[in-house]
Design a protein around this ligand. Structure first.
Ligand SMILES: C[S@@+](CC[C@H](N)C(=O)[O-])C[C@H]1O[C@@H](n2cnc3c(N)ncnc32)[C@H](O)[C@@H]1O
Length: 336
């Protein structure tokens, strides 16, 4: 066989395997099968639990989940494997939201790519489920990489007041206040449904923390001044012009020598030769998906963020790649 054909077949087979994983995991979430299979169960047991379900499809789902090493099999009964248990454990930490995005939004969005690219169709708009739920919840998945770095930064710089722009579910504010007892925080969140959830998640902090529902571009001096201002996983919501406006606005809210932190996945053009997982592919794909939407240009690259910080007059720019290069954290000092 011609080597090109062989390589193509290899890609097609691994694509089928990845699609199978996506559909099986997502179905398990929607039907709560990962929880039910924490206990050993056969096809017959599950069919008895769900007498109206299609038994042939259930049989195929079990078989596929076993092939994908999500279930173990002993005689006729199945149970979650280590991987299947991890799926259930991390479900509420961004995993379920991410898989819902892929199945319900990436698939139909990319199906329109020929029309979008040739300008025969209008760019997409994020639907309310994405804006009110999935975008902020999928973002939780990067916490294991981000938090150790952020915690170290906060303790080293001895922040006393932090402003979290586009705070989403309030995850980082919660963790910051928990680990630094004298810290106070303000979160700004544009989407009212997300802001309400952030308030709910952070209400135990009382007056130490406030969640304000507004556009960060309009953040005013009534919020007070801060030692650090964080823009985590949301710089791509702002156009290049808005980014300058936002950072110039934030200057007024930072104390002398205050810090600005920008956390973002980056778009990269150069292939990386040494990497553990091919994460650059998925990152550029995320940029591609974002760019399919009206008013969005995708993820920035490293130079764009550096230039933005320099144009705002920032100094001491540090760029830290997070493990597996899922994101980069930029920290800089604002001019006094
Ligand atoms: C991907 S989420 C990130 C949430 C959180 N920062 C995190 O890292 O987990 C981006 C959030 O930014 C919010 N956002 C987007 N544009 C905004 C704006 N102009 N002002 C305030 N929040 C905004 C979105 O509503 C969304 O909740």
């Amino acid at each position: 066989m011609e080597p090109g054909m062989l390589a193509l077949l290899g890609r097609a087979i691994s694509l089928m395997e990845n699609l199978g994983f996506l559909w099986v995991v997502q179905t398990g979430f929607e039907l709560d099968l990962w929880r039910e299979l924490e206990e050993r169960r056969s096809l017959e047991d599950l069919a008895a639990l769900h007498p109206t379900w299609d038994k042939v499809l259930l049989d195929h789902w079990l078989e596929q989940a076993f092939c994908q090493e999500l279930l173990t099999k002993d005689n006729l009964s199945y149970r979650v494997s280590k991987l299947g248990r991890a799926v259930q454990t991390y479900r509420s930490q961004g995993l379920e939201a991410m898989f819902q995005e892929f199945v319900h939004h990436w698939n139909p969005g990319f199906a329109k790519l020929p029309q979008l690219l040739s300008r025969q169709g209008k760019k997409l708009n994020f639907d309310p489920k994405m804006e009110e739920e999935l975008i902020s919840q999928a973002s939780l998945a990067s916490e294991p990489f981000v938090w150790p770095f952020l915690k170290h930064k906060c303790q080293k710089s001895k922040w006393q007041r932090v402003l979290d722009i586009g705070c989403g579910e309030g995850l980082y504010l919660n963790k910051l206040l928990e680990s630094c007892p004298s810290l106070r925080g303000v979160g700004i969140e544009l989407n009212p449904v997300v802001a309400d959830r952030a308030r709910k998640h952070t209400r135990s902090w009382g007056s130490r923390l406030e969640i304000v529902c507004e556009d960060a571009l309009h953040a005013g001096e009534e919020l007070g001044t801060f030692d650090a201002c964080l823009l985590n996983n949301n710089i791509y919501f702002f156009s290049p012009e808005e980014r300058k406006e936002l950072l110039n606005n934030l200057k007024r809210l930072l104390k002398p020598a205050g810090e600005i932190g920008i956390l973002s996945a980056l778009r990269q053009n150069e292939p990386q030769f040494r990497r553990v997982f091919p994460t650059q592919v998925s990152r550029n794909l995320m940029s591609f998906f974002i760019a399919c939407h009206e008013g969005f240009e995708g993820l920035p690259n490293e130079d764009e963020i550096r230039e933005l910080l320099l144009a705002t007059g920032c100094t001491n720019i540090e760029v830290t790649p997070l493990p597996f290069l899922v994101s980069h954290y930029f920290f800089a000092r604002m001019p006094n």
